[in-house]
Design a protein around this ligand. Sequence first.
Ligand code: TYM
Length: 337
Amino acid sequence: MKTILTGLRANSVFTIGNYLGALLPMVRLANKHVNDCHLNLFVPDLHSMISEIDGGDLQSNILRSIKCYLAAGMPTGKNVHIYRQSRVPAHSELCWILNCIATMGEMNRMTQYKEKSEGKNSVNVGIFDYPVLMAGDILLYSAEYVPVGEDQFQHIELTRNLAMRFNNRYGDIFTIPASTKEQVKFMGLEEGIRIRDLLNPEKKMSKSTVAENSKIMLDDTPERAAKKIMSATTDSLGKIKFDMWGQPGISNLMVIESLVNDIPLQEVIGKWSGETKYGELKKQVAASVSKLLTDFQVRINEISDDQVYELLESGERYANEVANTKLLEVQKAVGLR
Ligand code: TYM
């Protein structure tokens, strides 16, 4: 059985970018493949430490993340595995071995590292190295499909390169994840998802952006989210056209409308292209997002802590079994065992 795997850092409440870019694609694939694939949705809690976090909040963030997974519609059952990265020590061990395969040159090219370290006097090594830990997260479970937002595509390509390099040196140990082009196709998309900042649509929507109106959080009230959409930056061209370079604000709204309602983007573009009333499109998107948040918030409140801990118990048992088996293969291949 193939494995589909993803994880979302548990630093704070998720944005709608996290939700639409990674969680919803995972949930939709999981519901489609619940009988024919392993579905690993984990909390990369070690990755949370690359940003300064309040240790006291981490446990509650982890719990809330998993409730978000379930409230987003993640199925449960024998092929679904929900776990915390730090409860599976093999992740850290494989990370070290892969560190000795990765080169400074390729790591220096990682856009996320460049963006996250820009303008800072001092940058922690974790920010530089986290794509290698991520590669280990994927390779331990032989995952072929990894639904992530477009900002993580370079890390999927890095994972493929590390796996191929390792296999060339030490034998056929790792399954090579699908290329990002194949990943996009598997998700039923035309291109990778990058939800834009509502105020600066040239930029990615990010939870670390300070301006509250630039992002929609999953715990925003539906009214607040609607207001944020109504005040989103667009352009002065006066005619709706899907053009991420020329009209990123309005194009971003069409992408959101398509993903929230699971309608092909081309259909949304067909409906709105040529229209001149930006306010009408904004109202439509605001209604779609409000409904999404209303439903999501009802569901998340119905999930108990006990339900989460029960899932973690079986998920972590499974994860340790699979990860330790792969790690032992790796250790034998490199001569550590
Ligand atoms: P993280 O926690 O920064 O983001 C979680 C997921 O949300 C996606 N995302 C977006 N997608 C579209 N538009 C946006 N504006 C947007 N913002 C965030 C991200 O692409 C990501 O898929 N290193 C990863 C977490 C990770 C992981 C893994 C993922 C660790 N190990 C193994 C997959 C497989 C990260 O920091 O994502």
